[in-house]
Design a binder for this molecule. Structure first.
Ligand code: NAD
Ligand code: UD1
Length: 341
């Protein structure tokens, strides 16, 4: 089976591509390299010991998409491509709507015209906004608090409408909690551009000495130790969830949303302690004011994923930190070859 992986050169896409290759799928990676390097795919090929078809293309570019569907017999799409920085989306909302929403529309139109109607979509726990109840089930009210989150909500709605108009569509919405860590080889991982916004890459860069200290955004939340609590999930467990989703796709009867998390929440201070243990380095930190838009706590109810996908995360916070540290120490500057070919 040939799977088109949009955004497959990126963080979660590259790990999922590797797992797909290892499980006998043929993969076509489709990525405009706006936030990734071709090198990630070279590393994936090395690890999988198999070549990967790569198309440098934009999901908004229907001509290149059509040429890709002409060339390969694509049966399903895992759709990772999108912009994902919350702060940037507040400053530049139109580019988020254009890229994420218009891009998804162009992708769906092309898929439909080639009779490919199976999609696994990268949604996010951000669609739950500030949750009223914990753990969060898939039935919790949906709410966006920034343009990035709104693109995810809009795309979920668009995909539901598409299915409603044509029940041959099979769509799964995977709502990721906080993906972290790296492949256990330490040869693929997250390669943020500039100063990381997210906690784990910031901690890793502090451990390696690229950042002087971590600012902990708020120590007065109503949580165990006052710092924010999140459901961190190892990126390889997440990748595995996509494999399970692909396997189940043909069986579903309506657009189905699934939480991908571990069901456990860790505070910022607990993550710092786990990273110190994994790396043997001290992580200097200072408490700072709360970050605008942050919530106190967020973790998943994973019972539906267990029942429906027959999947659950296997790696704990220590494995997440150990693998993150291996990637960070083997590749302190991320992927070396950033050329866009
Ligand atoms: P990433 O930035 O590493 O990967 C996204 C990839 O999409 C990049 O390789 C980028 O070059 C590509 N891309 C962006 N716009 C494109 C376009 N118009 N055409 C073609 N390619 C395009 O991000 P990631 O962390 O791997 O996230 C993958 C998906 O998962 C995104 O949709 C993101 O919103 C979603 N998600 C991520 C997280 C997270 O914490 N990483 C959490 C929830 C959801
Ligand atoms: C952020 C995004 C969310 C996105 C998710 C995964 C915001 C407001 N939310 O979520 O939409 O889906 O990333 O990409 O940006 N923290 C610090 N210091 C730091 C960085 C983070 O203390 O330097 C704290 C945060 O306050 C939070 C926790 O660490 O309590 C996790 O933060 P982060 O990794 O940015 O993820 P989220 O805020 O959950």
């Amino acid at each position: 089976m040939t799977v088109l992986v949009t955004g497959g050169a990126g963080y979660i896409g590259s790990h999922t591509t590797l797992l797909l290759l290892e499980n006998g799928y043929d993969v076509v990676v489709y990525d405009n390299l706006s936030n990734a390097s071709r090198e990630s795919i070279r590393q994936v090929e090395k690890l999988a010991k198999r070549p990967v078809a790569f198309v440098k293309g934009d999901i908004r570019d229907k001509a290149t998409l059509a040429a890709t569907f002409e060339k390969y017999s694509i049966e399903a799409v895992i759709h990772f491509a999108g912009l994902k920085a919350v702060g940037e989306s507040v400053e530049s909302p139109l580019s988020y709507y254009e890229n994420n929403v218009c891009g998804t529309v162009a992708l769906c139109e092309t898929m439909a015209s080639y009779g490919c109607k199976s999609m696994v979509f990268s949604s996010s726990a951000t669609v739950y906004g500030d949750p009223q109840e914990l753990p969060i089930t898939e039935k919790a009210p949906l709410q966006a608090t920034n343009p990035y989150g709104r693109t995810k909500l809009m795309i979920e709605e668009i995909l539901r409408d598409v299915w409603y108009s044509d029940k041959e569509w099979k769509v799964m919405l995977l709502r990721y909690f906080n993906p972290v860590g790296a492949h256990e080889s330490g040869d693929i991982g997250e390669d943020p551009d500039g100063i990381p916004n997210n906690l784990m890459p910031y901690i890793a860069q502090t451990a390696i000495g690229k950042r002087a200290f971590l600012s902990i955004f708020g120590n007065d939340y109503d949580t165990r130790d006052g710092t924010g609590v999140r459901d961190y999930i190892h990126v390889m467990d997440l990748a595995h969830g996509h494999l399970k989703a692909l396997e189940k796709l043909s069986e579903i009867e309506e657009v189905t949303a699934v939480n991908l998390g571990t069901g456990k929440g860790y505070s910022v201070l607990e993550v710092v302690a786990a990273f110190e243990k994994a790396s043997g380095r001290r992580i200097p930190y200072k408490f700072a004011p709360r970050r605008q838009g942050d919530i106190a706590a967020c973790y998943a109810d994973v019972s539906f994923a267990k029942r429906f996908l027959e999947w659950e995360a296997e790696r704990d916070i220590d494995a997440m930190c150990t693998d993150m540290w291996r990637w960070q120490s083997k590749h302190p500057d991320g992927y070396q070859h950033k050329e866009e070919t």
